[in-house]
Design a protein around this ligand. Sequence first.
Ligand code: PMH
Length: 375
Amino acid sequence: MVEKMYRDTWAEINLDAIAYNITQIKEKLPQDSNVIAVVKANAYGHGIVPVAKKALESGASGLAVAILEEALTLREAAITAPILVLGFVPAKYASVAAEHNITLTFFQLDWIKEVGKQDLINPLKLHLKVDTGMGRIGIRSDEEMVSILQEIAKNKNIHLSGIFTHFATADAEDLSFYREQTERFEAFLHVFKKFWKKPVMIHIGNSAAAIRFPEKMYNCVRFGISMYGLYPSQEVREEHAIQLKQAFSLHSRLVHVKKIAKGESVSYGQTYIAKNDEWIGTIPIGYGDGWNRKLQGMNVLVNGKRMPIIGRICMDQTMIKLDGYYDVGTKVTLIGSEGNDCIEMDEIARYLDTITYEIPCMINERIPRVYVDSN
Ligand code: PMH
């Protein structure tokens, strides 16, 4: 991407909000508990390197990503903090991880055996993933655990430094399955500790579990969605256990303003026909930016007032109905606060019938991220 912005459409990332949200969770957690900032998927669309740096400055002790590429991006940015890859990395790339001091997640005996055959420059750090009910990746039985630990014990090149699991329903109203998963994890940990005497990092909590059960998080949490100021679910939001600040906002400017006559149409397919003489504004953002076509009918903010998106959203442009004349260049806020009103990420997610996690991720790299940082 070219550095200079020629188009007036941008996402603003408030790094002060990231720092604030980390402080909020740290205040809830016991003193000796660590925060791993989850910065996978380009920091949930916020920008991996600036967010990672801010998170580390603000009290996170490590970072988590989904794939090895993301970990290498962080190392290329001269970030030296511990990085855990949460997803599967093929065993043949263990040497890349070891070379860059990147911790991998593992859960298969054959994988460990394959890594054991390799000549690694540095010892490879690993966290063992336990599947207590998410059903995605992880070991599921004591037998698997014991055989894996026996294999690791044979190998000087492997340094087991953590054990963890992930919850499927920590953000739900009904916490019965959450409790089942915690019980299963405790049972696994009991077996683990019999076979493994060295200290390790133990982490189970995502944002929801960390916010709801800060005392039960062992020595570390993996803090994702709430670091960005978003609640994992409506249930967690309504419990008011934590106050968060949304870091992401999305803005554009009017590039064209015109009055159309009653009966005239706007955009592809003529799906919008003016009921009266109306002021219409055009903004330079479309589904080619990840601004989903289904957002037709959603409101945007102009001078703090709500104006609807009308007609079909195009690849690069979107039309809105204005309540009067506005100058070309007037700021339009698609996500975030403007004046006394705010279009929250939750509102966009509800409109699209999805979760808040997906919204900043869907705004693609054609939209530049502009960082606000007062410190
Ligand atoms: N740990 C793991 C293994 C994860 O997959 C995620 C989020 C987190 C921690 C952070 O969770 P939080 O953002 O709720 O705090 N993973 C995903 C996912 O795979 N799909 O949506 C969120």
